[in-house]
Design a protein around this ligand. Structure first.
Ligand code: AMP
Length: 368
């Protein structure tokens, strides 16, 4: 395992396999072009290793040049491909063969085709060492490839993660830590907080309760607390922008966590979408959403009891409690469909002893 910046990578493709794949490309290109003098054009930065080893394997007349494009930032493609070094001069009438280290979505290919369509080359071919055929958009048929690979983030042999790893002789893949990320779902009083306290111990997870974070801020009189208080006191939801930002900050504060329990978040479809997007950017995902089900009358009694002890303003007044249920029915309940569509929704009976409910939840988690 190697470490580059904040991520770990494990061996994926050996030096021998890489050289074999390069020989395959070189032999196939030679079969088509050995009788002329093609111009090979490497796509910088990533292809420099491939170009060097390709040329060692291609011992026929040829010329070599480079273009320089950039599209990756970190782990996800930005989608914007910039030209940093343009097409060489004097290639009109020549056979051009692009040498790419990797082809994934095809955005770079599109850019290359745009660039070369402005020239008068005789023939235009694309050869790539690695080919992620499952994600390639297929607009242009790839002429030569060394090996097909699955859609994994890789480094080494010219490929980088934030500029590190290009000099590795082998290819490594991102080691995705096995995380469990859960959403606990359910009306106020359903027992999310109580159950989260058990689950976080059992599975070594970080518990984030947005309600708790708001109350902490209210207690400390922060700007966020002052803003949130006006909504919370009325049993209304705090606006999405505020809550989403706060949640993201809480996740960012715990880079070492082996997973999260999200309790009280998401509560709207916009929050659920923002959470998914945010997790993707961190190479994470929700594994399961578990709803604790209980009927309103049971919940109202529980909340009023809790209010006597906790002093929470929103737990002491039946009208405010009913307002929170209305907010739930209107804004949060539709999330059931959102997670069901992703095959991630599970429902658990939330009435019974605390231990019984914990074991119902555990059963769902063990089956993820
Ligand atoms: P809770 O402790 O989860 O019952 O949350 C208490 C109150 O905090 C809620 O009634 C809302 O006013 C606010 N709150 C907590 N989580 C969220 C959220 N995800 N979106 C909007 N408001 C929230």
């Amino acid at each position: 395992m190697i470490e580059l910046h904040d991520k770990y990578f494990k061996p994926f493709i050996s030096e021998g396999e890489i050289l074999q794949a390069i020989k395959k490309v070189a032999d196939e290109v030679a079969a088509d072009y050995r009788d002329e003098t093609p111009i090979f054009i490497g796509v910088l930065n990533g292809s420099f290793m491939f170009v060097a080893d390709f040329l060692k394997a291609y011992q026929h007349p040829c010329e070599i040049s480079f273009v320089r494009l950039s599209s990756y930032q970190g782990l996800t493609s930005t989608g914007i491909v910039e030209t940093l070094l343009d097409v060489p001069d004097n290639i009109d009438g020549r056979s051009v063969i692009i040498l790419e280290d990797i082809i994934d979505t095809g955005r770079t290919v599109k850019k290359l085709i745009d660039l070369f369509s402005k020239t008068k080359v005789k023939e235009f071919r694309i050869a790539t060492l690695f080919y992620k055929d499952e994600v390639y958009n297929g607009e242009y048929d790839i002429d030569y490839f060394g090996m097909k690979i699955p859609d994994k983030f890789i480094v080494g042999y010219g490929l980088d993660y934030k500029e590190l790893g290009r000099n590795l002789r082998e290819v490594y893949q991102l080691n995705i830590k096995h995380m469990i990320n859960l959403v606990l779902f359910g009306k106020p009083g359903a027992g999310k907080g109580t159950q989260a306290a058990f689950l976080k111990e059992k599975y070594n997870l970080k518990h984030i309760s947005t309600g708790d974070v708001f109350r902490y801020n209210i207690k400390n009189g922060t700007e966020l607390g002052v803003l949130a208080k006006s909504y919370i006191d009325q049993g209304e939801l705090v606006p999405d922008e505020v809550t989403i930002k706060m949640l993201q900050d809480e996740v960012e504060k715990n880079p070492e966590a082996s997973g999260f329990i999200f309790d009280g978040f998401p509560r709207t479809t916009a929050q659920a979408k923002a959470l998914d997007q945010f997790l993707v950017s961190k190479n994470m995902k929700i594994d399961a959403t578990i709803a604790l089900e209980a009927n309103d009358e049971v919940l109202i009694q529980r909340l009023l009891e809790r209010g006597k002890i906790s002093g929470r303003s929103d737990d002491q007044d039946e009208d405010k409690i009913r307002n929170r249920f209305e907010e739930y029915n209107e804004k949060t309940a539709p999330l059931k469909d959102y997670y069901e569509e992703q095959g991630k929704f599970h429902s658990v009976n939330g009435i019974g002893s605390i231990e019984d409910i914990t074991s119902r939840l555990t059963k769902v988690i063990e089956e993820i």
